[in-house]
Design a protein around this ligand. Structure first.
Ligand code: ATP
Length: 291
């Protein structure tokens, strides 16, 4: 597999009256086609990491390479989906208008914009929503539109920041399965931040566990659950239950600042734990970088 995202010694300190180091020396890679989840304590710097990768903010230290190219500005082939769909969709634009908006700035022709909007709306299960407005849709439907908007940009990397945190539990399950389906069909590389340990295990090929602020990687855990996942049987499996406990333990015991911390835990059969977190990988792309 080719490396899609290479994050090297990335760190960020917010300025202003009082400086605050949100993350320090994060290094990992994400292979093309991988889905990697990031979990970590609240406020440890997860969103800062995604924003630095997308170049929505300039990192204070380190480098990001996307398919081998040094990222110096918001990459065209990266899309971001945020948690708050109500703020990321334009209420005065139709669903179709919202999806086509970032394509216009990328110079995509009108006919192709229309085609991509229809195709991605079908893909997310909303084939009849093109002329509706966001406020006419449920929260789960709006987040589907946000995902459609990201996919319409055909990102090589999809970054998702708590994308399912604002919907009810059943909708969350549906959207998780939608993401797995889309990812299977399009071979999209995804880097997703979540607070939900179960969600991270259910979705991922790998889970990166971060320390408390300033964030550093304390574990890089491969998830040996295969490609076919089911909300009930997968969550009952021994591998799932073991990983969920392991991540909860790592988060509970996470040191305040452990840039050099390594982890070694006995995995269930079929999984393995990386000894050196500095060699791990992640990837992302967001939908609304230019929205
Ligand atoms: N623009 C900013 N200026 C100064 N400090 C900031 C800014 N944005 C975030 N921070 C601080 O940086 C730290 C990391 O914030 P960030 O939002 O990246 O954490 P997070 O892990 O995503 O949090 P949560 O899980 O609660 O969403 C926090 O202490 C936060 O207060």
């Amino acid at each position: 597999m080719a490396t899609m995202l290479d994050v090297a010694e990335l760190g960020h300190t917010y300025g202003g009256g009082q400086t605050h180091t949100a993350m320090s020396d994060l290094s990992f890679t994400v292979e093309a086609g991988e889905l990697v989840c990031i979990v970590g304590p609240s406020g440890c710097g997860k969103s800062t990491l995604l924003r630095c990768i997308a170049r929505l903010i300039e990192p204070s230290r380190g480098q990001v390479h996307l398919h081998g190219d040094l990222v110096r500005e918001v990459p065209e082939d990266l899309a971001v989906v945020f948690q708050d769909y109500s703020r990321s969709l334009f209420p005065w634009m139709s669903v179709r208008g919202n999806i086509e908006f970032p394509l216009r700035s990328r110079g995509v022709s009108k006919s192709e914009r229309r085609e991509r909007a229809e195709e991605t709306l079908s893909r997310v299960g909303l084939p009849d929503a093109a002329t509706k407005y966001p406020w006419q849709l449920s929260g789960g439907m709006q987040q589907r539109v946000a995902i459609a908007r990201a996919l319409a940009c055909r990102p090589t990397l999809l970054l998702m920041d708590e994308p399912f945190a604002s919907v009810d539990a059943q909708t969350r399950f549906d959207l998780e399965d939608l993401l797995l389906q889309v990812r299977r069909e399009q071979d999209t590389t995804v880097l997703l931040v979540t607070h939900d340990i179960d969600e991270s295990v259910y979705l991922s090929d790998r889970v990166l566990v971060l320390s408390k602020s300033p964030a550093s990687i304390v574990a890089d855990l491969p998830v040996g659950l295969g490609t076919d996942r089911d909300q009930i049987t997968t969550r009952e499996s021994e591998t799932f239950v073991h990983l969920r406990s392991e991540i909860a333990r790592l988060l509970r015991d996470a040191p305040e600042d452990a840039p050099e911390t390594k982890t070694s835990v006995a995995p269930p059969e079929g999984t393995s734990i990386h000894e050196d977190s500095a060699t791990s990988t992640a990837s992302a792309r967001t939908e609304s970088a230019d929205a």
